[in-house]
Write a new protein. Structure first.
Length: 138
C-alpha cells in the first residue's frame, strides 16, 4: 500500500511538471512576428500601427521552406489597396528564412502576416483615404 502511495505521488509530481513545461514553452513560443524582427509578444495590429507611424507601408511577405522542402512564398491579406502610397506594385518585407517554431512556423508566420497586412490596409483606408477593397469611385 505504501508503494502505491509513493508511486501515485511521484506520478502526480511528474504530471504537474510536464504541464508546467508544456504551457511555459507554448507561452514563450511567440506569435510569428519574429520572422520580421518583431518580438514574439507584439500583436500584429500593433506592429502594423508602429510600421504605419514610421511611414513604412510595406506588407509582410512569407518566404519560408518547411522541413519537407515545400516553399511558401505569399503576402497574405484579405484585399489589396488599389492606390497604395508605394504604387501599384506590391511592395513587401520578406520574412527571415530560418524556421523558428518547427512544424507550426508557416502557420504562425501566415497568421501574423495576414493580421498585419489587413491591419495595414485598415490604417491606410482610415488615415490616408487609400482605396482598399470595394471603394466607390469619387
Amino acid at each position: 500500500m505504501e508503494q502505491i502511495a509513493k508511486f501515485l505521488f511521484a506520478a502526480t509530481v511528474l504530471t504537474i511538471f510536464a504541464y508546467v513545461v508544456i504551457f511555459t514553452s507554448t507561452g514563450l513560443a511567440g506569435n510569428g512576428g519574429e520572422y520580421w524582427g518583431y518580438n514574439g509578444n507584439l500583436d500584429a495590429a500593433e506592429a502594423a500601427r508602429l510600421s504605419f507611424d514610421a511611414k513604412d507601408y510595406r506588407y509582410l511577405e512569407i518566404d519560408l521552406t518547411d522541413s519537407n522542402g515545400i516553399r511558401t512564398q505569399v503576402a497574405p491579406m484579405y484585399l489589396r489597396c488599389r492606390n497604395h502610397p508605394l504604387g501599384i506594385k506590391l511592395v513587401t518585407r520578406k520574412s527571415g528564412s530560418e524556421l523558428i517554431h518547427g512544424y507550426d512556423s508557416i502557420k504562425f508566420a501566415t497568421n501574423f502576416a495576414e493580421q498585419f497586412n489587413n491591419g495595414m490596409n485598415e490604417l491606410l483606408t482610415r488615415e490616408l483615404s487609400v482605396c482598399c477593397g470595394d471603394c466607390k469611385q469619387r
